[in-house]
Design a protein around this ligand. Structure first.
Ligand code: NAP
Length: 248
């Protein structure tokens, strides 16, 4: 452990598995205390907590629906009450949905945008009020390469991540004078349950499109999040950082 985040408190949304869990673990390895948010997966959250405890850091789980403004606000207030502060917010929770655009209805729009963008608004709005007061803070949004490039059959998903990207760039500029950095990580295809919809044949053809010829790992996203959260990234804000094995 190099402890570059020692003394920091981080909240990771959607940390019961996948990328969120590994961001939490990599932050803990660097000494941060971690608040673990999730929605349904009690066992997954328990597993994440056990992994964090084995790193010897303070950790606590918060079951809250980040699509809901009050739930998100209450969660942030409870994190500040329990841990004494919040230094780093990682907006990771999200969902994907694959299908032709012409088959999508307004319920699909609400489902995707509530999970992928309203959630970012909700948590950030609550955390920023505290951070501006302290004149200190760091926000990391988990976007997607499809938010930059657009993906066929993932039009709403791509649009929701495009919104996350613009939000990141604009808010970073607005909050820079308050000493708060706002960045996004834009992953390519990462080996998580989000991609369990793909057949073996799909997986092979996706890998063929990736110059590194493999999916990314969640811990690789976690290590980038640690860098962005640390003082090593002290002059980086309003950026969308792609991590995709050369795919785009
Ligand atoms: P995942 O394995 O499906 O995990 C999603 C996490 O989000 C789970 O912990 C889930 O919690 C949580 N979550 C979903 N809706 C929530 C809500 N309303 N409130 C609180 N928590 C909620 O997904 P992943 O692959 O790790 O993806 C994480 C993020 O990375 C997403 O934003 C995704 O768009 C982005 N991303 C993923 C990939 C990829 O290839 N995997 C690529 C680019 C970007 P519960 O299970 O408890 O409900």
């Amino acid at each position: 452990m190099k402890n570059i985040l020692k003394g920091k408190v981080v909240l990771v949304t959607g940390a019961s598995r996948g990328i969120g869990r590994h961001i939490a673990i990599e932050m803990a390895k660097e000494g941060a205390a971690v608040a673990v948010n999730y929605l349904k997966d009690d066992n997954g959250a328990k597993e994440t907590l056990a992994l964090l405890n084995s790193e010897g850091v303070y950790a606590k789980a918060y079951k809250a629906d980040v699509r809901n403004f009050k739930d998100a606000k209450d969660m942030i207030e409870n994190v500040i009450k329990y841990f004494g502060k919040i230094d780093i917010l990682v907006n990771n929770a999200g969902i994907s949905k694959i299908g032709l655009f012409m088959d999508q209805c307004t319920a699909d729009y609400d489902e995707i945008f509530d999970a992928n963008f309203r959630s970012v608004f909700n948590c950030t709005n609550a955390a920023v009020k505290y951070m501006v007061d302290k004149k200190k803070g760091c926000i990391i949004n988990i976007s997607s390469i499809w938010g930059n490039a657009g993906a066929s059959c993932e039009v709403l998903y791509s649009a929701s991540k495009g919104a996350v990207n613009s939000f990141t760039k604009a808010l970073g500029k607005e909050l820079a004078p308050s000493n708060i950095r706002v960045n996004a990580i834009s992953p390519g295809v990462i080996d998580t349950s989000m991609n369990s919809v793909f057949s073996n044949e799909d997986i092979k053809s996706i890998k063929d499109e990736i110059p590194m010829m493999r999916f990314g790992r969640s811990d690789e996203i976690g290590k980038l999040a640690v860098f962005l959260a640390s003082d090593n990234a002290s002059y980086i804000t309003s950026q969308i950082i792609t991590i995709d094995g050369g795919m785009l």
